[in-house]
Design a protein around this ligand. Sequence first.
Ligand code: UDP
Length: 240
Amino acid sequence: MSDPKYHRIILKLSGESFTRPGDRGIDMNEVVHIARQTIKAKEQGVQIAIVIGGGNILRGAQFIAGNHNIQEATAHYMGMLATVINGLALQDAVESLGCETRLMSAIKMDGVAEPFIRRRAKRHLEKGRIVILAAGTGAPFVTTDTAAAQKALELDADILMKATRVDGVYTADPEKDPTAELYEHLSYSEVMEKNLRVMDPTAIAHCMEHKLPILVFNYRTDGNIERAVRGEVIGTRVEV
Ligand code: UDP
């Protein structure tokens, strides 16, 4: 075990990390891949809580776009439930690799997941379990980015690490524009002013207010979660 830079981190995994690029649903090979990387990172001696997204199954805002006979709030609740489905898959993937976990849900769901209770979540982390946080904030009209920022603050995490399928934050969409350049550092206000797609604005506002650093990095590069927890310079760092 080397000396990790952080004591406790929140890792935000989007639903897209649960499936092959361009696909939907869950591909357990992808889930196991990310589970293995996360365990290796934890073995560096850092406590890890994962906030899980649901976009591989359903995003409320997208779902209402083509469906007029559903209320927006209902669609967001469906999105939150999607994150619980992902959480169950991730829990089994991590445990199949021999690491203890707890799945906690922001929406009470006895028999499926523990309710999220801040002090209990901290206790699980102290005992070396990977804590998987599902159902976002438990409230509609926001995304799991906001949940990740809130949980990072509640659990006194040192940093919010957002795993994406690109290397960090770019001047333009690197999947569409080959001239796009990667930012190594950004301030919160630059993110806001330039309207950069780092995380949703509510999440950025929470991080800015509480000076919580954000690291955006590529989870598809093997070993990157480990590098991130060791504090190696990868991706884009957003801070004051
Ligand atoms: N969601 C919500 N409240 C929350 C978190 C999520 O209503 O606190 C809903 C929202 O509709 C969102 C969906 O759940 O689009 C799935 O989450 P998200 O879009 O953040 O997933 P990701 O893009 O990270 O896969």
